[in-house]
Design a protein around this ligand. Structure first.
Ligand SMILES: [Zn+2]
Length: 244
């Protein structure tokens, strides 16, 4: 029996048989792991709530023939508790978990930067220093960038001309008047500025942005993400903006 240890965030769980669950964990060194947690649905389970979605856990597993088996789990930080009481933050967090799952394809393919972005995003969300939707949009933009889909925001995505007029999802970001496809959105300059600030982690600029630019930014980022994932992130439909 081969044992290994890692830390990771529980992305989702599925019932297995009477008392077990399959847990999907994005782990720091290993990448995405699907493993069996035996007896986890019994009230007497030694794992308690440690293998619930959102929990940052330290886990020990043994390698199985098909699925690995969780043998120990210790909570590092239970983000689910911090988010459960706040619907906008909870739905934003759910969209992060689902996106992390979708942007990490293979099992046990190391995805350290995606792991670090997810933990950073959940921590920022739980610490309540910034609006939930801004935190989520920053997470979407950065996780897309790590996956190789960073939108062009400084110059035309097609010809690199510095003067840009529109945002075209299919072209990969902002485009100039000559390259602009029919039907592309023409966002405010401040909205592109907000996207740039979120991608760079410039919170001073992002927090000072106006509500209408945040709404426009969220719409563009959601459309851009969905285009790259080919079909929609289900939990995004439930994300609501916090009251101003
Ligand atoms: Zn152009």
């Amino acid at each position: 029996m081969s044992l290994y240890r890692d830390e990771g965030v529980v992305l989702r769980t599925q019932k297995l048989g009477e008392a077990d669950r399959i847990v999907t964990i994005l782990a720091k060194r290993t990448g995405k792991i699907r493993a069996v947690a035996k007896g986890v649905r019994r009230t007497t389970s030694r794992f308690g709530a440690r293998l619930e979605p959102f929990t940052h856990v330290d886990v020990q597993l043994h390698t199985g023939r098909t699925l690995d088996v969780v043998t120990q789990a210790e909570t590092i930080r239970p983000y689910g508790e911090a988010l459960a009481a706040d619907y906008p933050r909870y739905t934003a967090g759910s969209a992060m978990l689902e996106t992390a799952d979708r942007l990490t394809h293979g099992e046990k393919e190391p995805a350290l930067r995606q792991f670090l972005l997810l933990v950073g995003g959940l921590r920022t969300l739980a610490d309540r220093g910034h609006e939930a939707r801004l935190v989520l949009d920053a997470y979407f933009l950065r996780s897309l960038a790590v996956a190789g889909y960073a939108p062009a925001l400084d110059a035309c995505a097609k010809c690199q001309a510095p003067a840009v007029r529109a945002f075209a999802i299919v072209a990969g970001g902002v485009v100039c008047g000559a390259c602009r496809p029919a039907g592309s959105a023409v966002p405010a300059g401040e909205t592109i500025g907000l996207m740039t600030a979120l991608l760079r982690g410039d919170w001073a600029t992002a927090d000072a942005s106006e509500s209408r630019h945040r709404s426009e930014c969220s719409g563009l980022v959601a459309a851009y993400l969905q285009w790259h994932l080919e079909h929609g992130i289900r939990s995004l439909r439930h994300v609501e903006r916090e009251p101003a």
